[in-house]
Design a protein around this ligand. Structure first.
Ligand code: PLP
Length: 400
């Protein structure tokens, strides 16, 4: 009999974290490797946020806090939701956890019974299906191909709903495709959900602030307030505020759900770091000028990646409207051969070849549920990014 629980045997560790770690290891071993697997901005946390953390330490804000976080942070989160998203939550409708990742886990652990289904539009953030499995649920994957802008279509949602559906996950801007749902997209999805009253929505808005070319971020509870009583709006400071390591995520939702999630967290991590919570108050209440500056840089890099990859033989890259990822298709290299005579049969073969031949590490679309694609993170300095794209072009040019 295995020492490990059957629950653990259903899941794997995060393949994106594994790829980023592997790139660092190869670099440390002296190989000329460019890692394009980063899931975090390469910008530092702004000074005013770091100063708030130092101030919190000086004031000895180092003790336990309420499980759901300090009231000052939950108030700042309510203000944020009102100011930026036009959604009204009360302080007791806010959960704060160790990153939005923990918020997702809490929600699934608090609500899923064995066999309950969660609709996951693909391509998806790698953690959704495994978290659902860890909580005894069943992920129901729905293809959202490039032809549909990588966005869930209402007809596809309608087909995926069964009496066992508990949740639909909407992630916009989307990791890995960079797709941003418009108000009309969410309206059409809301119309389906209004007909299926047993289905709840969890929106992953963690990339909210990383949108380009005037793309407008909107979230479900704003578009259809009648769904608010079954919507969990998840967000956090990790990506937009360059605070991945601080581990602060938050959500607004119906009080009964927030209370249930709080019970899960009270028996696991208790709460996220007190110092990080004070830093997050400063983040949410402070100036957002740095976001505009960062986005200008990210947009330039995005344009560079899209233009250079579209010049690579066999690749096609749609222009992402948000995040710091691009999700090119590599269907044009499938069936070709490397200079060593190896046939490329899948996106992972292509990425193995890229790493071997040019030292470029990206992540295969297969792990995000939509192949043959690969994900490139452009949260990396522009000159290194340009070098990486040139290497990819060269590798594609060598295929026959
Ligand atoms: N959601 C998406 C789509 C992500 O890409 C990530 C991180 O990569 C997260 C959630 C988790 O972020 P955090 O736990 O740092 O808030």
């Amino acid at each position: 009999m295995s020492f490990l629980s059957p629950r653990l045997l259903r899941i794997k560790s995060s393949p994106t974290i594994a790829a980023a770690t592997r790139a660092s290891e190869l670099k440390a071993a002296g190989r000329d490797v460019i890692g394009l697997a980063n899931g975090e901005p390469d910008f530092n946390t702004p000074e005013h946020i770091k100063n708030a953390a130092i101030e919190a330490l000086r004031k000895d804000e180092t003790k336990y806090t309420p499980v759901n976080g300090i009231v000052a942070l939950r108030r700042a989160v309510c203000e944020k939701f009102k100011r930026e998203n036009n959604i009204e939550y009360k302080v007791d409708q806010i959960a704060v956890g160790c990153g939005s990742k923990q918020i997702f886990y809490n929600a699934f652990a608090a609500t899923l019974a064995p066999g309950d289904e969660v609709i996951v539009p693909a391509p998806y953030w790698v953690s959704y299906p495994d978290m659902v499995l860890l909580c005894d649920g069943v992920p129901v994957l729905v293809d959202c191909p490039a032809a549909n802008g990588f966005r869930l279509q209402p007809e596809a949602l309608e087909r995926a709903i069964t009496p066992k559906t508990r949740w639909l996950i909407i992630n916009s801007p989307n990791n890995p495709s960079g797709a941003v749902y418009t108000r009309a997209d969410l309206r059409a999805i809301a119309d389906v959900l209004l007909r299926h009253r047993h289905v709840w929505v969890i929106t992953d808005d963690i990339y909210e602030h990383l949108v380009y070319n005037g793309a407008k971020f909107v979230t479900m509870a704003e578009v259809e307030p009648r769904l608010s009583e079954r919507t969990l709006t998840v967000n956090g400071v990790s990506k937009g505020y360059c605070m991945t390591g601080w581990r602060v995520g938050f959500a607004g939702g119906p009080r009964s759900l927030i209370d249930a999630m709080t019970i899960v967290q009270s028996q696991t991590s208790t709460h996220t770091s007190t110092i990080s919570q004070w830093a997050s108050v400063a983040a949410l209440e402070g100036s957002m000028d740095f976001v505009r500056q960062n986005n200008n840089i990210l947009q330039e890099r995005r344009d560079l990646v899209v233009s250079m990859l579209n010049q690579a033989n066999g690749l096609h890259c749609a222009k992402p409207e948000g995040t710091f990822y691009a999700y090119p298709s590599c269907s044009g290299v499938i069936g070709r051969h490397t200079p060593e005579g190896k046939e490329i049969n899948a996106d992972q073969d292509f990425l193995d070849y890229l790493l071997e031949s040019e030292g470029v590490m990206a992540v295969a679309g297969t792990v995000f549920g939509l192949a043959p694609h690969f994900r490139i993170s452009y949260a990396i300095s522009t000159d290194v990014l340009e070098d990486a794209c040139r290497r990819i072009q060269r590798a594609c040019g060598m295929l026959s």
